[in-house]
Write a protein that binds this ligand. Structure first.
Ligand code: FE
Length: 163
């Protein structure tokens, strides 16, 4: 009896892909000098897994996490304005529910790439501390669809990352 005969009939498909893409078009623009590369867009659990790439002077505006984030720094370094530590390549970062922060890449760092597993959402705040937007797995899917359509891959290209 082969492995496939033992597989539960309703199991969803596995995935094994190069995380760092050779095709630049897989980096979806998020903000000036900020991109994400989708890996897993989990619409059942409301989570997503992606690589975040920030180049010089890029800032990910202030947001709150209602659920956990796990990060692993692959390249470069970055920090949060709200904390006194710096995340360097090779470091693991855990962000608990309720965490509020602004991600910046400092002068002298050309590029950072970090693997993030994010649950729930990013809830954005303006300078007055008022909620001004959010991202969740569905806004990420929408951003991917628009970008992949624009760069000629077609909006349905995103479907391979969705579970
Ligand atoms: Fe965050």
């Amino acid at each position: 009896m082969g492995q496939s005969d033992l597989a539960p009939p309703y199991a969803i498909p596995e995935m094994a892909i190069a995380a760092l893409p050779e095709d630049e078009r897989l980096w979806v623009p998020q903000a000036p000098n900020v991109w994400f590369r989708p890996l897993l867009l989990n619409t059942t659990e409301g989570q997503w897994v992606n690589l975040l790439r920030v180049r010089k002077s890029g800032v990910l505006s202030r947001h709150r996490h209602p659920a956990t984030v796990h990060g692993y720094v692959i390249k470069g370094s970055w920090r949060y304005l709200e904390h006194d530590w710096v995340a360097h390549a090779g470091m693991y970062v855990f962000e608990p529910p309720g965490e509020i922060h602004t991600l910046v890449v400092d002068e002298g760092v050309e590029e950072m790439i970090t693997f993030f597993h994010i649950s729930g959402a990013l809830i954005y705040f303006d300078d007055a501390g008022e909620t001004c937007g959010y991202d969740d797995v569905h806004t990420k899917i929408d951003m991917c669809r628009k970008h992949f359509a624009e760069v000629g891959l077609g909006e349905d290209y995103v479907s391979q990352f969705i579970r």
